[in-house]
Design a protein around this ligand. Structure first.
Ligand code: NVA
Length: 312
């Protein structure tokens, strides 16, 4: 069997995504029922950008599968500076059962996957954050059942990693994914086209709207993300200021009132209260963000188990 990677949401088929989500629920109920990393075998977890949830949840997932998480600070490793990505991959692949990497360019992750010889997992790049979407789909499933046919409205920066992953991952799950974002912040065209194709196959749809209320209209799930992604800190004043084009896309109680009355609110965190989301929304009864944060652990455990053990 060839080595499987998870570099973007559509590296899993719709059936495989459903299998991973089922396995995540099984592992949440019986946390130590699968031990593909017994030994313990090492999994390298590298961070070129800040982290809290991703580090904690991958460390827990790897340990829970019987393995040893080797957390590598990107500032120490200097992948691509001190040593090429390809050579780093060859070294890691000889000593680790899998490699998990949070970095900038998707091309770096692809190069790692091309040379590691073991599964490589995207723990966030500039383009995608697919592990987060697995956790979100698990959370939606727990609260609303099968996500297929539900409308998910993502409002905020339509060009960032979360928007792209909601498009691909939500489409694979058969959801109706709406991106509410200002002009000039639309998703990447190739990602949008790919998501439209996947959605058509799964009975869902994708759309981009430039008005927040229209995007959220009767949605079952409302999600947002920071307006200043990691690596964009230099644009903070303009993206978060009162003249920011994102201001009309902030998730306030008034905006939530346009969604379905029982709509869920999700946020990948970290959240900035009073900026992209009002405190009364993220701390209110419709918010499931703490379930969502916990579900990173269970979803990533299931993903690693799938990549290492397959579907059985
Ligand atoms: N879009 C955000 C997600 C953080 C988990 C970022 O890339 O910083």
């Amino acid at each position: 069997m060839s080595v499987r990677h998870f570099l973007r949401d559509d590296d899993l088929s719709a059936a495989e995504q459903a299998l991973v989500l089922r396995r995540a629920r099984e592992l949440k109920a019986e946390p130590f029922s699968r031990r593909p990393l017994a030994g313990p075998q090492q999994v390298a977890v590298l961070f070129d950008k800040p982290t809290l949830r991703t580090q904690v949840s991958f460390a827990g997932a790897i340990a829970g599968l019987g393995g040893h998480p080797l957390i590598v600070d990107g500032a120490l490793a200097q992948v691509g500076v001190r040593e090429s990505v390809a050579d780093t991959a060859r070294v890691l692949g000889r000593q680790c059962a899998a490699v998990v990497w949070r970095t900038y360019g998707q091309d770096r992750l692809e190069e790692m996957a091309a040379h590691a010889g073991v599964p490589v997992v995207n723990a966030l790049t500039d383009d995608f954050h697919p592990c987060q979407i697995l956790a979100d789909l698990l959370t939606i499933t727990e609260h609303r059942g099968d996500p297929a046919g539900l409308a998910l409205a993502y409002v905020g920066d339509g060009a960032n990693n979360m928007a792209h992953s909601y498009l691909l991952g939500g489409a694979l799950a058969g959801m109706h994914v709406r991106i509410g974002t200002p002009r000039d912040h639309e998703p990447d065209d190739a990602v949008l086209k790919r998501a439209a194709g996947l959605a058509a196959e799964q009975g869902g749809s994708v759309s981009v709207l430039h008005e927040a209320t229209a995007a959220v209209d009767r949605a079952d799930v409302v999600v947002t993300d920071t307006w200043v992604s990691m690596g964009m800190e230099g644009q903070k004043a303009q993206r978060q200021g009162t003249a920011s084009p994102f201001v009309p896309f902030a998730v306030t109680s008034a905006l939530m009132a346009s969604a379905a009355t029982d709509a869920l609110f999700l946020h990948c965190l970290p959240a900035y209260r009073g900026v992209e989301v009002a405190a009364e929304v993220i701390d209110g009864p419709q918010s499931v963000v703490w379930d969502e944060a916990e579900n990173r652990l269970h979803a990533q455990k299931a993903l690693l188990s799938f990549l290492l053990e397959g579907g059985a």
